[in-house]
Design a protein around this ligand. Structure first.
Ligand code: UTP
Length: 403
């Protein structure tokens, strides 16, 4: 029996007749699954994909004409801020955390295609001496900042961790957390939810069949966050827990952190407000609709080292992520008064200014459970000699604190 006429006509109208190529060979369950996978907006989705494909085949497009610089009054900066103001904001952050009003929202539905691993990126180990994965580091940072806020305000507080996953990443992420006992977080405060999927489409706008009766699907982009928050009643969950913030400043509809970067021609790129159209949904797509938008420029070496590519690339790789984290920990250790010795017991000369892709002269990893942002290290490290590599974990901190 052939496909229902209405279905055949619908798919023909949007150039997707090939999806019915194997219809005659499918059983009732497979036919049902194929129909269920066709989203209501398939037509529009495929049209946009074809348009994006045509742009891709055309001459490279410069986006500058479609970007507007942010007015200076909407742009703050760590470097340009008065240290007293930074301290005030930090204190306010810890105060809000102590009131259980802050949550962490992590986007972890991506497939990590460029990194080239078959499991979620959070499970990746970038080769730190401790062997910790990105999820473990994040979990420990949450535990530490809860502790810092609790100590300052003499209370016990919680930062719920919302993790957006996708059909690809939910199962392995859940298993990984169970296997590691939720990294000692309270399980009820780790909320995993799934984003929507969209048919994967070729650059000429044709949905792809993964099997005879199965359309290949992909997560709908990190901008799928907004629908996923609603679909999964995450906003209700946040309200119920009294969460008021998952961005730094509530009085703005959108507040982002911005990392300055250099473009391919060597120019420093100023923060811009994008206003173009793209196919995949991105978190920043909604920024143009905000009535009140601010950006806060942070220091790249202190806050940002993305893991995008495998080590065969020259940037945003496991190596550059590891180098950036270890360079930061090395700076913290030096600031706290540590000295590092080589295998012959000779002092390793210090180097404070390191490029993003350079190994620190000594390898020092500091567990987030010991220090969140370099605070409180003097008690363990001041005027002390350490070998390289050295890992300052909770056990070593206890010993050093008592010595
Ligand atoms: P990336 O572009 O770094 O990661 O996304 P990716 O999508 O995993 O990698 P590629 O593009 O396949 O190589 C930035 C962040 O957005 C999340 C990712 O998990 C990552 O944390 N993301 C991306 C989602 O949550 N959902 C998506 O559909 C896409």
């Amino acid at each position: 029996m052939g496909p229902p006429e209405e279905l055949r006509a619908r798919l023909a109208r949007c150039g997707q007749s090939h999806l019915l190529r194997f219809w005659a060979e499918l059983g009732p369950a497979q036919r049902g699954a194929l129909l269920a996978a066709l989203p209501p907006g398939l037509d529009e989705h495929c049209r946009l994909a074809a348009a994006a494909g045509a742009r891709q085949r055309g001459p490279p497009e410069r986006l500058d004409g479609r970007m507007e610089p942010l007015p200076a009054r909407l742009l703050g900066s760590v470097r340009r801020s008065d240290p007293a103001a930074l301290e005030r904001w930090e204190a306010e952050g810890l105060h809000q955390i102590s009131q259980n009003k802050v949550a962490v929202l992590l986007l972890a539905g991506g497939q990590g295609t460029r990194l080239g691993v078959s499991y979620p990126k959070g499970m990746y180990n970038v080769g730190l001496p401790s062997g910790k994965t990105l999820y473990q580091i994040q979990a420990e940072r949450i535990r530490k900042v809860e502790q810092l806020a609790g100590q300052r305000h003499h209370c016990k507080c919680t930062i719920p961790w919302y993790i957006m996953t996708s059909e690809f990443t939910l199962g392995p992420t859940e298993e990984f957390f169970v296997e590691h006992d939720y990294f000692n977080l309270d399980r009820s405060n780790v909320v995993m939810f799934e984003q929507r999927m969209l048919p994967a489409v070729t650059f000429d706008g044709k949905a792809i069949l993964e099997e005879k009766g199965k359309i290949a699907m992909a997560p709908d982009g990190n901008g799928g966050l907004y629908c996923a928050l609603v679909d999964n009643k995450i906003l209700d969950d946040m309200k119920q827990r009294g969460i008021q913030k998952y961005e730094p400043q509530l009085r703005h509809h959108v507040a982002i952190k911005k990392v300055p970067y250099i473009d391919e021609e060597g120019n420093l790129v100023k923060p811009l407000k994008p206003n173009g159209i793209k196919l995949e949904k991105f978190v920043f797509d909604v920024f143009q609709f905000s009535k009140n938008f601010v950006a806060f420029e942070v220091v790249r070496e202190e806050e940002f080292s993305p893991l995008k590519n495998a080590d065969t690339a020259d940037k945003d790789t496991p190596t550059t992520a590891r180098q950036a984290l270890l360079a930061q920990h090395y700076r913290w250790a030096l600031k706290a008064g540590a000295r590092f010795l080589d295998e012959n017991g000779c002092r390793i000369p210090e180097k404070l200014s390191l490029s993003g892709t350079e190994d620190a002269p000594a390898v020092c990893e500091i567990s987030p459970l010991v220090s969140y942002f370099g605070e409180g290290l003097e008690v363990y490290m001041k005027n002390k000699d350490f070998p390289s590599p050295f890992v300052l974990d909770e056990n070593k901190a206890k010993l050093l604190g008592n010595s």
